[in-house]
Design a protein around this ligand. Structure first.
Ligand SMILES: Cc1ncc(COP(=O)(O)OP(=O)(O)O)c(N)n1
Ligand SMILES: Cc1nc(C(=O)O)sc1CCOP(=O)(O)O
Ligand SMILES: [Mg+2]
Length: 210
């Protein structure tokens, strides 16, 4: 996993359709989309996933489903993001198959150690900074915690929590392979420009432009 990773939240889109925010972000060059619906019905969640799938597939961008392996399978999504209270990795892998992208949140050092033997595509470093978007988190890792995970883990690291264009560079310097954002794109006045700024920030902080 590498680049800007959009995690969606329909409730933070300021009344705009999620599909238009995702389309703007795709046009701006983001690398991945996670559909995260914490309150929608199963049917609405699935319909959102089915609607996004062809748009993202034609852009070559993976669609990851938050929490719900059943929705991921029913929508033909590319993968699932699992938290520490969600379906365990082994069960999700059995259901999703060997090609599926499975991401896993790490909230504690024990989580990081336990993940070392799992064939996950990335670790979600949860959270790097405290954020009003998700308040039921453990203590933030901070930049030092992120760097400590980078030094130990064999996995790709997706940083999440309180990230935006102002702090993306230091997050990458601390060892993140991808920067995940919700509000910095979903709640931006101009989601395309916000996503493009994040993509430029990412590209100028990595080998891509050096
Ligand atoms: C990339 C990424 N990292 C962490 C999370 C958080 O997952 P989880 O701990 O399961 O919390 P919810 O998102 O389900 O509230 C994530 N979604 N994505
Ligand atoms: C979905 C999510 N997971 C987190 C975690 O710490 O696991 S923080 C978070 C929300 C991140 O939102 P924003 O980019 O607006 O700060
Ligand atoms: Mg979860």
């Amino acid at each position: 996993m590498h680049g800007i990773y959009l995690v969606t939240d329909q409730t933070l889109c300021l009344g705009r359709p999620l599909a238009s925010i995702v389309a703007d972000a795709v046009r701006a060059g983001i690398a991945c989309v996670q559909l995260r619906e914490k309150t929608a019905s199963t049917r609405k969640f699935l319909n959102q996933a089915l609607a996004l799938k062809p748009v993202l597939a034609s852009a070559g961008i993976p669609l990851i489903i938050n929490d719900r392996v059943d929705i991921a399978l029913a929508a033909g999504a590319d993968g699932v993001h699992l938290g520490q209270s969600d379906m365990p990795y082994d069960a999700a892998r059995r259901l999703m198959g060997s090609n599926a992208i499975i991401g896993l949140s790490v909230e504690t050092w024990a989580d990081v150690e336990a993940a070392q033997n799992l064939d996950v595509a990335y670790l979600g470093v949860s959270p790097v900074f405290a954020t009003p978007t998700k308040t039921d988190t453990r203590s933030p890792w901070g930049l030092d915690g992120l760097a400590r995970i980078r030094a130990y883990s064999r996995h790709s690291l997706v940083a999440i929590g309180g990230l935006n264009a102002a702090n993306a560079k230091e997050i990458i310097r601390a060892g993140a392979d991808a920067v995940a954002v919700v509000s910095a794109i979903c709640s931006a006045e101009d989601p395309f420009t916000a996503a493009r700024n994040l993509v430029h920030c990412f590209d100028s902080s990595t080998d891509k432009e050096t």
